[in-house]
Ligand binder design. Structure first.
Ligand code: FES
Ligand code: FES
Length: 164
């Protein structure tokens, strides 16, 4: 089948990819654009390692045809990471030892960002519920939940310090 060009916004920049029909966003990000922070776990929607934000909503990029994000705003961990230092979520994951192999971490981080966008002060139950679809095979969820709690507090405190 013929390839088509799909244009979308990635981390504030317009990008274009030439893809065959049903190419996933995950594949376009990793294989064509070199955005490899988005991980490739099960490729079946079962692990969450490929989670990205589309218009600030968490989506599984392994299930999403890239044509579906034409004209949309896609955010990956590369876009979340500041040019210097770490995002509060990244810092909190580091401080809480919330990863071992780290393969699940980008997806966890993107999901946590979406949660905090909607609910800046989630309780432990909110966080646990939000993480339901994201699998960590080696760390256990306690440190991950704690990291998100700490990041939420840090981000909340930062916002309160901002001039209005
Ligand atoms: S790689 Fe997408 S859910 Fe596992
Ligand atoms: S840190 Fe290894 S899968 Fe989560």
């Amino acid at each position: 089948m013929a390839s088509t060009i799909v244009a979308f916004e990635l981390g504030g920049r317009e990008v274009e990819v030439m893809v065959k029909p049903m190419t996933t966003l995950q594949s376009a990000l990793r294989d064509q654009l070199g955005f490899t922070a988005t991980k490739e776990g099960c490729r079946q929607g079962g692990c969450g390692s490929c989670t990205v934000l589309v218009n600030d909503e968490p989506m599984l990029s392994c299930l999403l045809p890239v044509e579906d994000v034409a004209g949309q705003r896609v955010t990956t961990l590369e876009s979340l990471t500041p040019t210097q230092g770490l995002h509060p979520l990244q810092q909190a994951f580091l401080d809480a030892n919330a990863f071992q192999c780290g393969y699940c971490t980008p997806g966890m981080t993107m999901l946590a960002q979406a949660l905090l966008d909607h609910n800046p002060a989630p309780d432990r139950g909110d966080i646990t519920q939000a993480l339901t679809g994201n699998i960590c095979r080696c760390t256990g969820y306690g440190p991950i939940v704690r990291a998100i709690e700490v990041a939420a507090q840090a981000m909340h405190a930062g916002e309160e310090g901002q001039p209005r």
